[in-house]
Design a protein around this ligand. Structure first.
Ligand code: PLP
Length: 391
């Protein structure tokens, strides 16, 4: 039976063209981009082209605004520390309660260990940001507003471009974690005052361990890593050339395909949700009334634990994630679900996340297996065996 992969918010399949573009930089063109010989120049040129493609994906003014990093986590950390370091007379940060741990964990740590005041803005039951609370927190004491463009668990979008205007009005810097949004929604930084924006290659069919922070021209960034003068002194260390090349190719493809991919994924995702709602009682789609990414569907089934749903889907060769994370063997509820205060959150959420590779057959497999899985987990029928699920 064919494997169905609906866990694209965790990571995506590297595109064949991405792998092809990377290979020469793992074999023939392995020179250090800082070397002065011709081979070094080839690596340097490849890095420049990669930065240019990444810049084009987000409407940046040029490749000089792209700082290559090891991924989204590093980009988020760099942005937050740089935002705070940019001011001597401001020590407040604003984040939302549903940010990725790459933002939340650092922000909380800074609030504990340094003279940083943290505002954590709540969301409503649909996962939408409380804009009144955000506005109440904005003041000339705020150094940085850091918000995600799209939530990784629910796909809910925040109006970051409008918020950036309000953040700038009080003189704060605006950072956006666009790790889940890039390649899934059109991003045009030419028409928005966002100062910094995080990206990760592996969420858009590129390689793992490659990402970038967009830093608007004129904004000085204090590095996280000190050493050589790579990335214009903003990120020391010999660059991951093959990773950057793969990221560049992935960004180029995403830029060509983003609109078409989004409408195709939306049609598949909508069919999935519509049919499940008809076939399964007591099912909630998280953020259904909010503006959402086209590829994400997080559902809570009252009476059927998401971990059990995901395990049985796995037996039917459908890969999905749950909104719950297991830490040190103890079952922890997702901070996103908790923040949304959804009914039956104790059951956790099952997250289906599509990509441009997803097709009708993938959706059909879920539709053919999920109603039965939920019924059995609710005790309405015995738990099916792998053979039955595969049948
Ligand atoms: N931010 C968001 C919203 C994410 O979903 C992720 C990864 O899941 C990250 C940041 C971290 O990115 P990376 O895996 O490249 O470190």
């Amino acid at each position: 039976m064919r494997q169905v992969y609906l866990d694209n918010n965790a990571t995506t399949r590297p595109d064949g063209q991405v792998v092809e573009a990377m290979l020469p930089f793992l074999t023939e063109f392995y020179a250090n981009p800082s070397s002065t010989h011709d081979l070094g120049a080839a690596s340097r040129l490849a890095l420049k082209r990669a930065r240019d493609h990444v810049a084009a994906l987000i409407g940046a003014a040029g490749g000089d605004e792209i700082v290559l990093t090891s991924g989204g986590t590093e980009a988020d950390n760099l942005a937050i520390r740089a935002g705070l370091a940019a001011f001597e007379d401001r020590n407040e940060i604003i984040v939302s309660c549903v940010e990725h741990p790459a933002v939340l964990a650092l922000a909380r740590r800074l609030a504990k260990s340094q003279r940083v005041r943290l505002h954590v803005i709540p969301v409503d039951a649909q996962g939408r940001l409380d804009l009144d609370a955000l506005r109440a927190a904005l003041s000339p004491r705020v150094a940085l507003v850091s918000l995600m463009w799209a939530n990784n668990e629910t796909g809910v979008l925040f109006p970051v471009e409008e918020i950036a205007v309000e953040a700038k009005a009080v003189g704060a810097l605006m950072h956006v974690d666009a790790v889940q949004a890039a390649g899934r929604v059109v991003i045009d930084l030419a028409s928005s005052p966002i100062d910094m924006l995080s990206l990760s290659a592996h969420k858009l069919h590129g390689p793992k361990g490659a990402g970038a922070l967009f830093v608007r021209r004129g904004l000085a960034v204090r590095p996280l890593l000190f050493g050589g003068a790579q990335e214009r002194g903003r990120r020391a260390g010999t660059e991951n050339v093959a990773g950057a090349v793969g990221f560049g190719k992935a960004a180029e493809l995403a830029n060509q395909r983003v609109r078409g991919d989004a409408s195709r994924m939306a049609a598949l995702r909508d069919r999935l949700e519509r049919t499940l709602l008809q076939r399964v009682t007591g099912l909630q789609v998280l953020g259904a009334a909010a503006s959402r990414l086209a590829n994400t569907s997080a559902i809570v089934c009252a009476g059927a634990e998401a971990d059990g749903v995901a395990a049985l889907l796995n037996r039917a060769r459908v890969a999905v994630s749950t909104g719950a994370a297991c830490a040190a063997g103890s079952h922890q509820q997702s901070h996103v679900l908790r923040a949304m205060n959804v009914n039956h959150a104790e059951y956790g959420a099952t997250r289906f996340s599509l990509s441009r590779d997803s097709d009708d057959e993938d959706i059909d497999r879920v539709l053919a297996t999920l109603p039965d899985i939920v019924a059995r987990l609710r005790g309405d029928a015995p738990v099916p065996s792998a053979v039955e699920l595969a049948a």
